[in-house]
Each structure stands twice: as C-alpha cells, then as structure tokens.
Design a protein around this ligand. Structure first.
Ligand code: GDP
Ligand code: MN
Length: 334
C-alpha cells in the first residue's frame, strides 16, 4: 500500500500544474472535507480523483476540518496533492462536544438499544457529533467565512466523469441555492421524532415556510409523515448563505434543543433536506444530472454523458430506494 501510495504521489507531483496565473477559478467558493488523521489514505484517493476530474483546472481552495489537530503528515501529504490554496482547521470543542443539556444516561441507553437492533452507526457517539456538526456548525468555521459557495467532499467518494461545467458557476448563473446528485430514503429508525419536531417548529414559525416549496416531496400521507427522502449530503454544492439564514439557524436551534441528534440519530442529510424543502422555492434546487458520483454503496451514472467511467445501468431513476423519480414528478411533472 505504501509503495503504491508513494508512486501515485510521485506521478501527481509531475502532473499537477500549480501555475497560479493559469487557473480558471471564477467563483467565490471552496471545497470542504471533514476528516480524521487516520483516514489519510482514503482522502488521498478522493483528492487525487477530484483534482483529476475537476479541480486541477479550477484550482479552488480546499478546507479540511477535524475535531483534533491535523498531523503534519496529513497536512504535508494533502498540500502536495491539491492545486489550489489548502487550509487546515480545528473544530471548536463547544461545537463538537455533546451539549450539557443532553441526558447522558438516556442517550447511552438509546445508543445501546439502536446498536442491538443493528442500525448502522446506532451505537456511535462520534457519528452523531459529526451529523450535528454538519447540521448546525460547519459554515461557522472562520475558514469558511469569506466564501459564498461550498462543495462537500467526503473520503471514499469519487467523481466518475470529467466535470465540464463548473458546478459553482452553474448554481450562480441559474440562481440556485443547492445542488445534489443522489437522493434516497433515510432509515426510519434513525429519525422517529424528527418530523413531529419539525411540524412543531412550523406551527411556531409558519412565516418561514416558502409558498412554492418541496412539501409534496419531503412529506407523505397528506403531510402527516416524513417521506424519508433526502439529498445524500456526502455530495452537496450549496450557497452557504442558506445555512447562514435566520430561518435555518432557528430550525437547527429548535432541533438541537429537542435532543434528537443524540437521543435518536438524526443525520445532517435529512435535516438539510427538510430545511431546503420547507424554506426554499423548489426552483432553487438543482439536480446535477450530468455529474457521475459514487460513495459506497451507491453510484449515480449519467446516461447522456459519454465521458464517464461507470455503467449507465446505475443511472436508472426508478430504483426503489431512490427519491429522484418522486423529485422529478414534483418538480417537473414527469
Ligand atoms: P457515512 O458516509 O454516513 O458512512 O459517514 P462517514 O463515516 O463517511 O462520515 C462522514 C464524514 O465525516 C467523513 O468525511 C468522515 O471522514 C467524517 N467524520 C466522521 N466522523 C468523524 C470524527 O469523529 N472526526 C472527524 N474529524 N471526522 C469525522
Ligand atoms: Mn462517507
């Protein structure tokens, strides 16, 4: 593994043109990755892939965040692979730690019970901290202060096609707030009270709900239940001003106060998706249908793009766990 790794570093050093006068970066945007030091080798693969398929040309900055200090090895290795400015930041303890208001006994009992039922990450505290951080805090990190757009990149994910059109530019030119590739159903057992808590929030702040929203996609049974649909947030390209908005901040605080990030296992994907679906006009969301993307175990492969290293069978919009068909019904009336 080490030899392969050294070899790919060598190849990349030769191939990467760090010519600051020659980049095509146009937008006020950054890539963002949350990672642990121990994930370096997986991150290297993902960075190589994103630089190769997209960022080598645009040379956008890349911000890495961690709840612990990044090791020199991590920083040195990554900096050699990125084409743009690269920043490493630490997450403030008070945004990562479980809040004092959480009843530790109740939380731990629920983790034990969810682990026993075989729910993925059901027993993990750190996973919940990660989900809460991505739900309520990442854009508050000072390293993100100056950017309008961000692209979340996760270890173990790959772009499958050369990106021809800058997704940040696409959001700006089309007046969109948020772009996604994959949308699937959440595991119901991780969010038993998320919908009811959301409905309490909506009853308290009805003025925050947008008129032409994605209500028909995000809910089912005439609004009585959550459809479990969510944009798979390990890929997300978004206008950070959405998260900075008063509506989103109020929503997160309300959810956080209810404790479901720890008593249950609320993910950042359903939280982002419900907020997007309620507070935005549905025209503000963009399906990047030409971007091939994989994050184990799911692949999305565009059917109308020849320059992809994937099988078009995975572009099928009618997969039973996918929410894209319902999304296109609600947004385009297919
Ligand atoms: P999954 O995609 O739902 O299986 O979740 P992951 O384990 O991939 O976590 C999502 C992202 O958060 C990944 O980029 C991880 O590297 C990162 N992450 C998850 N837990 C932690 C943690 O405890 N500390 C740090 N620094 N990063 C984490
Ligand atoms: Mn992941």
């Amino acid at each position: 593994v080490i030899t392969e790794f050294e070899k790919s570093l060598e190849r990349l050093n030769q191939n990467l043109i760090k010519d600051v006068n020659n980049f095509q970066r146009k937008e006020n945007a950054t890539l963002l990755t949350l990672a642990r030091n121990s994930e370096l080798y997986e991150i290297v693969n993902t960075v190589l892939n994103y630089e190769n398929k997209f960022n080598g040309i645009y040379q956008y900055p890349w911000v890495f965040l961690n709840d612990e200090p990044f090791s020199d090895k991590f920083k040195n290795t990554i900096t050699r692979l990125t084409s743009g400015p690269t920043y490493f930041g630490e997450i403030p303890k008070e945004q990562w730690d479980m809040p004092e208001s959480i009843d530790v006994g109740r939380a731990e009992a629920s983790w034990g019970e969810m682990a026993m039922r075989g729910i993925i990450y059901g027993g993990k505290k750190s996973y919940r901290q990660m989900c809460r951080y991505y739900s309520g805090f990442f854009w508050k990190h000072p390293l993100l202060d100056s950017y309008k757009y961000y692209w979340r990149v996760e270890h173990d994910s790959n772009l499958l096609c050369n990106i021809k059109k800058d997704p940040f530019t696409e959001l700006r030119e089309k007046n969109k707030t948020y772009g996604f590739v994959i949308t699937i159903k959440e595991i119901a057992a991780t969010v038993p009270s998320l919908w009811n808590t959301t409905m309490d929030f909506v009853a308290t702040y009805p003025e925050l709900v947008a008129p032409n929203n994605l209500w028909n996609w995000i809910s089912k049974n005439e609004g009585r239940d959550y459809s479990l649909c969510h944009f798979w947030s390990n890929f997300e390209v978004a206008d950070l001003d959405f998260f900075r908005s008063d509506a989103y901040q109020k929503y997160f605080d309300y959810l956080d106060n209810a404790g479901g990030f720890f008593y249950e296992r609320w993910g950042d994907a359903p939280v982002h998706s419900i907020a997007l679906s309620l507070f935005l006009d549905k025209d503000q969301i963009l399906f990047f249908k030409d971007i091939g993307y994989e994050h184990s175990p799911i692949i999305y492969c565009p059917t109308n793009n020849k320059h992809c290293s994937c099988d078009v069978a995975y572009g099928d919009l009618k997969d039973s766990n996918s929410c894209i068909y319902k999304y296109l019904q609600v947004t385009e009336g297919i």
